[in-house]
Design a protein around this ligand. Structure first.
Ligand code: C2O
Length: 569
């Protein structure tokens, strides 16, 4: 394949040292807890505090309370509780010119079963989509065809399965004791919720074709051979085909993991850029769990706390890349319709696989949060027998325990740590950009914004760096939930074309968002790892760095609340 040989014959100038993954002390998270008490008539009583956890227990919304309370944090847990399906409200169809109110609520069922993972008798096998053989593809097509043939009101039908995504991402569900509606993206709920979603989708398909070993194919977009729309999804007439896509992106178009709504001018760089992007999302930027998983979900105020690196990076880029080139981006380009795209499930099977890989790369460091707020968060799904089940995050941590494994493939991005060729101090030393502390925030990102950011600590020892990650925090990022937006962050970038610098060390990461609910302002933050980046630029002794925020899509709809450097153990 042309693109691949190009990839392998590339000069080694950006090939990385083997990645070093910094060890960090097991973290103790400080707990902040405040609850508003909603009185009968729905009014908020300020000042009166109520233990939301007790409220949930009273409503039967969580599992046995005993295991929720850990010794150091009595009665402070606020896990997300499974929604009350009878109170599901309307979502937004963003595909029409004028956003439309829609109903994507699931059928209601009186009986809810607390789901227990069944003992694993036979492992399901998830193959890389581009490596799957004819027989497998025929089987998968058959299964999706049968799913599409189920009556619309069957919770296992293709239509209802698509609605599951719409309902959980469109702020349709209430949280008991809170004014905020549930959103399972943009926080630490992202990986576990989607794992459950695929888990039942896969089991329904397996049951329809009577094959307990059936596993979903994953779209291996982190490998050069997989950086195309997999062939099985691109064949017209197949149940895996979806006409509501950007048809310019059928094979052989190269999938762009930094897609911003416009095709890259220089297609020859995409594969290499993708690998650097993956290295950043999987290694460089995620020494802290929060930066991989996403920010802790605060059920009382949150609708978009802060997405992890993969979610806001490659994951979001490909949602947009697959969807139509329209404001709504249907089907894949917005959360309302994305579940109607068969490729969505292979896209997320890869996200799911990256989660498992991330845990594997952690070695002896913590792989997931110990917080009961996370582990006991729970959701509702219909299983392969159309029974409504309550599932929890704690059961998702290991894919093998859930009865499936992934085909093993090479991970070329592990070798793509970018290193600058010369010391990169000059950009900061000669810049006349204002200092962050003297900048009037919030600032609008309708143009490139540059600020000098002070580093509270410099020339850190190896030990210091192992103990604490230096992080660039960009906070108060306010965007419109209905818009696709993206910006990128560069450090000490002296070039006027920062978008071409991704294969150099200056690229620190990105923020982007898949459109979801009709015009709600959402606020979040991102944290970008600096420890490795400053080594790679050879500027560890500098007092300050020059940070450039480069709008790539919808900049006029983005405002930034502040920028600073912190250290996190
Ligand atoms: Cu729930 Cu990729 O979206």
């Amino acid at each position: 394949m042309a693109a691949v040989s190009q990839f392998s014959s590339r000069p080694n100038n950006v090939l990385a040292n083997p990645p070093t993954i910094h060890s960090s002390a097991h973290k103790t998270r400080s707990r902040k807890f405040e609850v508003r008490c909603n009185s009968q008539n729905g009014e908020t009583t300020p000042g009166k505090k109520l233990d939301r956890r007790n409220l949930l227990v009273g409503m039967g919304g969580i599992y046995g309370a005993a295991n929720l309370v850990s010794a150091d944090s009595p009665a402070l847990a606020t896990p997300v509780s499974a929604p009350d399906l009878t109170k599901c409200t309307r979502g937004t169809n963003l595909n029409t010119q004028q956003p439309l109110d829609v109903n994507c609520c699931p059928p209601v069922s009186e009986k809810i079963i607390n789901y227990k993972l069944p003992p694993v008798k036979t492992m399901r096998f998830r193959p890389a989509a581009h490596l799957a053989g004819k027989e497998y593809i025929a089987k998968y097509e058959k299964a999706v065809e049968l799913m599409k043939a189920l009556p619309d009101d069957d919770p296992r039908s293709f239509k209802q399965q698509a609605n599951v995504h719409c309902a959980y991402c469109n702020l349709t569900y209430e949280q008991p004791g809170s004014d905020a509606k549930l959103q399972i993206h943009f926080s630490w709920l992202f990986y576990p919720w989607h794992r459950w979603y695929l888990y039942f989708y896969e089991r329904i398909l397996g049951k329809l074709i009577n094959d307990p070993t059936f596993g979903l194919p994953f779209w291996n977009w982190d490998h050069p051979d997989g950086m195309f729309m997999p062939g099985m999804f691109a064949r017209k007439g197949s149940p895996l085909y979806d006409a509501l896509r950007n048809l310019n992106h059928l094979p052989p178009a190269i999938a762009d993991l930094r897609y911003d709504g416009k095709d890259a001018a220089d297609q020859s760089r995409i594969i290499q850029n993708n690998l650097v992007e993956m290295y950043g999302e999987m290694v460089r930027n995620v020494s802290q769990l929060e930066d991989f998983y996403g920010v802790k979900y605060d059920a009382d105020t949150n609708s978009s706390a802060g997405a992890g690196a993969v979610e806001r990076g490659s994951h979001t880029a490909l949602h947009r890349w697959v969807g139509q080139d329209t404001h709504g981006g249907e089907d894949m380009g917005n959360f309302y319709s994305t579940g109607r795209e068969p490729l969505f499930f292979s896209h997320h099977a890869n996200v799911d696989r990256l989660w498992s890989l991330f845990r594997g790369l952690r070695g002896s460091k913590p792989k997931d949060f110990p917080d009961s707020d996370w582990l006991d968060s729970n959701f509702l799904f219909y299983d392969e027998n159309a029974q409504l089940v309550r599932v929890r995050v704690a059961d998702t941590l290991e894919n093998e325990k859930m009865g499936y494994t992934f085909q093993k493939v090479d991970l070329p991005w592990l070798r793509f740590r970018p290193i600058a060729r010369v010391r990169k101090s000059k950009a900061a030393a000669t810049s006349n950009a204002p200092r962050a502390t003297e900048t009037k925030f919030p600032v609008k990102l309708d143009k490139v914004v540059k600020v000098l950011v002070d580093r509270p600590k410099k020339s850190r020892s190896k030990k210091d760096k192992e103990n604490e990650e230096e992080l660039l925090v960009i906070e108060g990022i306010e965007v419109d939930s209905a818009k696709f937006v993206r910006f990128e962050v560069y450090v000490n970038d002296e070039d006027d074309k920062p978008s071409e610098l991704i294969d150099k060390a200056e690229y620190a990461g990105c923020y982007s968002q898949v459109p979801h609910k009709n015009s709600t302002k959402v606020k979040s933050k991102i944290r970008l790892g600096l420890t490795e980046l400053l080594e790679d630029l050879d500027v560890e002794d500098d007092d300050q760095i020059l940070v450039s925020l480069v709008p790539k899509a919808g900049g006029e709809d983005i405002t930034i609340g502040g920028i600073k450097i912190i250290y996190s153990a």
